[in-house]
Structures are given as C-alpha cells and as structure tokens.
Design a protein around this ligand. Structure first.
Ligand code: NAD
Length: 353
C-alpha cells in the first residue's frame, strides 16, 4: 500500500512560534497580507459551507466552535469570551484552531489562535473600513484599550493610513498600556478622559470593550454625520455596545446575518431589519459608502471564514519560516485496520524498552 509521506504528522504553531512568525514577517505586513486572504475568501463567499457558530453560554462567558469549508479545506476555531477573566489575570478571549484536508479528513495544521484572532479581527475591521470609512480618514477613536486594541490600531494604520489615535478606557491603566505599546509606531496619540472626548474629530470610532451586558459605550449624540463605526465588542447575546438610536441612523454592514442577528448590535432590532452583507460590497453587488454624510456601521462579531483565511495564511507561511513543530496527533498503524495490533506492539516496546 502506498501513501503520501508524513501525512500523519501535523504541523503545530505554538504561541512562541506565532509571535516569532508575526515579528519575522512584520506586524503591518502580516496584517496587510492577512487582510488580502480575508478579502479573497469573502469574494468567493458562495463557495463556502456557512453556519452560525455553535455557542455554549454560561453565567460568566461563552465557549464557541466556528467551522467552515470551501470544499477543499475545512477549518474550525475553538474560542472563549469571558470578560471577568481579566480580574484573575487571564485573557478575556483565547483560541486555537485546526485546518484539515477535505479529501482525506486529515488535519494539515493546528495552531494557537489567541494572537491570530486579534490579528484577524483587526484585519477584518480594516478591510470593512476600506469600503466604508470616509475618504481621507486619518483619525480613529478606540474605546476599550484592552488586548485587541493595539492590533486594531496597527491594522488601521497599515490598511487605511490612520495616523492619529484618540484612546479611552474606563481603566486609565489600560489606556496607558495601549499608548505605551504603540509609542514609536508612527501614531499621534491622545489619551482621553471620557468617551465623548475620544470621539471628538474622529473619522472612525472603534468600540472594543468587554462587558457581559447590554452596555451603552456610544450614545446617539456622540455620533456625527459621516462617521464610520467599527463595533467589535458586542459579539454575544445580551452583550452590546451601542445605543439603539445609532443603529437606526446608520447603514449596517455585517459578516453573516444569521450569526450577527443573534450576537451583534442588531440583536436590538427586529429580526427582519435590513442589513448589508459585506461580501456583496466586496464583489461590487452592493454599494458601500454612498456619500460623505452617511453613517456606516460595521457590526463585527467575527465569522468562521475569517479564521479560515487566517489558518490558510499561517499554513502558507510555514515552509519558508520553519516556525512550527511536528505534532504526533494521528495514530498511524502500518496496516490501517490493525489499530489494535499497533497498541499491542507498543506494549512490548514499553516492556522491553
Ligand atoms: P479585554 O478584556 O482585554 O479589554 C476590554 C477593555 O474594555 C478593558 O480594558 C476594559 O477596561 C474596557 N472597558 C470595559 N467597559 C468599558 C466601558 N464602558 N468604556 C470603556 N472601556 C471599557 O478584551 P479584548 O480581548 O480586548 O476584547 C474586547 C472585546 O472584543 C470583547 O468584548 C471581545 O469579546 C470582543 N472581540 C470581538 C471579536 C470580533 O471578531 N468581533 C474578536 C475578538 C474579541
């Protein structure tokens, strides 16, 4: 019997390797190339198997599985969201993921995705803003200066040319951390005392807070004509960031409506409220920004195809960088039906060394 060599060995990208991969490629180049992968996949939207993510909710958070396939590759991500984790020194969001070959069903990549999720979320936000933000945008407010915030800033710099940041967090320590991490990255940074101050003069408003409740990070009076809102933190039933009145004044763009209607800002609106699918804007089927006074809103929740794109991107970088280890993940008896025999032979290896 012949078979492809090393099919049973699965490349694994650890957190350490992911950090080295990002730093070797360069954060801005990584985000730009990842954005291209996301855009390419959104432009072939109809070739994907799509389903709203499978969520298991608890009092303190949520654990989710996010699968999709384009018929040749299958990918899924395991991700959690636990806003209270931060109080015990843990991340709000952690993740790992797998890419598999549809032909054999064998995994071809397993990787950390906590860092990769921050990168792909930021890249996705910047791709959406490319189609929706007002022309010549150079100033962005970031409300919520936690784990995702610097990635958002870097993606908007690399892809949109944002150079001025107005930061606000209810915890000034988070704002200081964000400003410190971004010092020397080419931004003019203003640390703000209130969210009202943060949105002053901003062409783009990014909300990326974490709270397991329907919060009101932005009220209607804070959003002027022509602004693009990148709403990232409302991504779960009962967890939103924007006042409902903002939604009804905006044109709302979403990833996958069946998932966003459950998880996004639009959970506050009737189930048939009109929204625009971003992939249709990307392929030119629907218009993005029509005029300078329009308020556009990307109601981001994070969709499986973005993770699929990220997994594809990382896999494509592995051979050149060698930043992975081989994982002994799949049992591989010489004769495929002799799985039990392999176990027995291993017993003698253990007994006699
Ligand atoms: P984090 O806990 O590291 O940071 C959240 C920050 O928000 C904290 O610094 C907190 O002090 C601040 N905050 C909370 N309430 C606030 C308020 N009312 N005003 C201003 N700041 C406030 O979390 P993170 O990893 O940065 O994630 C942020 C949010 O983004 C989470 O809700 C997470 O679920 C969401 N998220 C969405 C996507 C997506 O694809 N849409 C992907 C990843 C994370």
């Amino acid at each position: 019997m012949t078979r492809a060599p090393n099919l049973n060995i699965v490349p694994f990208v650890s957190v350490d390797h992911m950090m080295k991969l990002v730093l070797t490629i360069g954060t801005e180049r990584f985000l730009t190339e990842l954005a291209e992968y996301i855009e390419d996949d959104f432009k072939r939207w109809e070739s994907f198997d799509k389903t709203a993510r499978v969520a298991s909710h608890s009092l303190d958070g949520v654990i989710e599985l996010m699968p999709t396939s384009d018929g040749a590759l299958y990918g899924f991500k395991y991700v959690n969201g636990h806003p209270k984790n931060i109080r015990d020194g843990r991340q709000t969001v952690t993740a790992f993921g797998v890419l598999a070959d549809v032909g054999t069903g064998y995994p071809v990549l397993m990787t950390e995705m906590t860092i990769l999720t921050a990168l792909r979320t930021a890249a996705m936000s910047a791709v959406a803003a490319k189609y929706l933000a007002p022309k010549g945008s150079d100033t962005m407010a970031i409300i919520g200066n936690g784990a995702q915030s610097e990635f958002q800033a870097m993606a908007f710099k690399a892809i949109l040319g944002i150079t001025k940041l107005r930061l606000y967090d209810i915890d000034p320590v988070a704002t200081e951390k964000c400003a410190r991490n971004l010092a020397g990255a080419g931004f003019e940074i203003t640390q703000c005392k209130t969210s009202q101050d943060a949105v002053e003069g901003a062409h783009i408003i990014t909300t990326v807070t974490a709270d397991k409740q329907c919060a009101t990070i932005l009220t209607d009076n804070m959003v002027g004509a022509g602004v693009h809102i990148n709403a990232v933190g409302g991504d779960c039933p009962g967890k939103t960031e924007l006042h409902k009145d903002i939604l009804t004044r905006s044109d709302i763009f979403v990833e996958y409506p069946p998932q966003t209607r459950i998880e996004g800002e639009i959970q506050q609106l009737p189930a048939d409220y009109p929204v625009i699918e971003l992939w249709e804007v990307m392929v030119g089927k629907t218009q993005g920004r029509r005029d300078p006074s329009q308020i556009t809103l990307f109601d981001s929740v994070g969709f499986a195809i973005e993770d699929f794109s990220a997994l594809r991107y990382v896999r494509d970088k592995l051979t050149a960088t060698g930043l992975y280890v081989n994982l002994d993940l799949l049992a591989d008896p010489d004769e495929p039906r002799d799985l039990y025999g392999m176990l027995l032979r291993h017993q003698s290896v253990m007994a006699y060394g």
